[in-house]
Each structure stands twice: as structure tokens, then as C-alpha cells.
Write a protein of this length. Structure first.
Lengths: 130, 130
DNA sequence: TCAACACTTTAGAATCATTCTAAACTGATA
DNA sequence: TATCAGTTTAGAATGATTCTAAAGTGTTGA
């Protein structure tokens, strides 16, 4: 609890009740993939009712501070990943199935980066099913 | 024109006025990336007013028939690619900048595919900027 | 050639994730 | 503990996409 407060403060985030609850859930040591909706549902199960607006705000605040990765998996919702290490994913849209690929994947044969641009990140999505 | 009709027929698509116009634009020999909105705008410039609903319907019909690839680049709109070969992309969300990587990219070090699943496609997105 | 019908198109409504607004609330600080 | 900037929130707004159901149009068989 106090460590969560410290954790939030050290990321320039005021430790409000809601952020403490959300951070407590997200950063409990196990990697998680969440959407605003799924997070809301999980917290509700634990009797923590937090408005969707706040959930969106908080996910973005955490993302902006590098505490979450944002995943581009499908066009209909945004996923956030508590594993902020360099890694990739298996994804099944049909089954909402998503798992990390933590093994060292190498992408070889990339052409030159376009002029005056720099690479922000390389995202490898292995789509399953069809 | 007649070749476009044949092309549509050979894909089990009734060659309607609208589909002929859309296919004529999309499959003119140069690779294109479009969204429903951008396609609508381009066709309007050419004095072809086609309802958005039809544009969505047609993009999906073409996609279902393998004439287009669907790209998962950002969560706020769907992109379709007329290049249906195996390839990847540089993408800048900020600048709506999108170019093909046709070079042979190799992804090495993939772990075993999850049980009872098979790989549909591997998508590599090189995100630029930040 | 044309009637008949299944397939298409379309305007407008509906949906749904997400963002915005602006008012109430609450950590932090002096 | 008063003050105020930073937060939360309900509800409205937005925007891409899908749905609905009515009107339109290729296609086919005679």
C-alpha cells in the first residue's frame, strides 16, 4: 500500500484512491493484458467501482509514464500490457487469446529506415486462427 | 472495364457499377493503402459518389475474397492494402505515414505455436516517431 | 426480350469504444 | 486546516463502423 504510493509518487503521479487500486491490481507481479473494459470488470469483481473515464485516464497516465505498453492488435479496442520489456505476441482475435513471446525474436532484413525518421518500436504480432 | 467485370465475376462478386468503380481505382496496378474514408474521398475527387455503407461493404467483400489485406496499425481506423503479397510496414501514426517493406524480412526465434492453434499470419510493424 | 428474384446499394439510425466537459472532490502544502 | 492544483465523475459528444429495411439492379430461364 505504502509501496504503491511511493511507486506512484516516484512516477510523478499523485497517489489517489483510484490509482492505488488500479496500480495494485496491475502491478501485482504477474504480467497482465487489459482493456479499459476488462480492467473495469476485474476491479468490479473485487468490489472496486471506478468510473470508466477514470480507468481510461489512468491507463493513459500509466502509459505516458512508461508503466504500460500499448498494443495494436485489432482495430476495435486498445490493449495495455504490464510487461514493458521488449517482447511480442501471439494473438487470436476470434478467441481474444493473447500471450507474450518473451523469447528473443530477431527481425532480419529490414530495409533502411525512411529519411529523417527513427524507429520507435518494432511490433511482431503472430496472428492465430482465421 | 470488361476485364474488371471479369475480374469481379471470377471472384464471385457481381459486377455492379459501384464495385467496378472501386475495383478500377484500387487495382490499377499501383499498390495502395486505403481507409473507408480515404477511399471515399479519392473517389469523390473523381466524381464518383458512392455511399460510405457501400464502401465499407465493398472493402469487406474484397477482403473476404482475398483481394485486399487488412492492416492492424492503430486502434482508430482500419487500413486495407492492395498488396496482398507477404510483406510488412513502416508506420508513423503521427504523420499517417505508411510504406511497404517488401524486402524479405525474416523473423527468427519464434517459440512453439500454442497447442491446437495455427499461425494465420505474422505481422511486423515498424513504428516510427513517438 | 423480359419477368422474377436474389443480390446490392443506400440513407439514416444504431452501436460501441473512447474522449470531452464542467462540476464536485481530494491530495499536498503552507 | 484553508487553499488550490490535480483528479474523478456522470453524462454528453465524437467518430468509425455496422445495421436496417426499403428501393434499385444484375442475372437467369423461358
Amino acid at each position: 500500500m505504502n509501496d504503491i504510493k511511493q511507486f506512484l509518487r516516484s512516477n510523478a503521479l499523485r497517489p489517489t484512491k483510484q490509482r492505488i487500486v488500479i496500480a495494485g491490481y496491475l502491478f501485482d507481479g504477474t504480467d497482465k493484458h487489459v482493456t479499459a473494459e476488462s480492467l473495469s470488470t476485474e476491479l468490479a469483481k473485487r468490489k472496486h467501482i471506478i468510473s470508466l473515464a477514470t480507468i481510461y485516464n489512468t491507463l493513459h497516465d500509466f502509459y505516458e509514464n512508461g508503466l504500460l505498453k500499448k498494443l495494436t492488435l485489432s482495430a476495435d479496442r486498445v490493449y495495455f500490457d504490464t510487461n514493458t520489456n521488449d517482447h511480442h505476441h501471439f494473438y487470436s482475435e476470434k478467441e481474444q487469446f493473447l500471450i507474450d513471446i518473451n523469447k528473443n525474436i530477431k527481425v532480419n532484413g529490414l530495409p533502411k529506415t525512411p529519411k529523417n525518421k527513427k524507429i520507435n518500436k518494432i511490433e511482431v504480432i503472430v496472428h492465430l486462427d482465421k
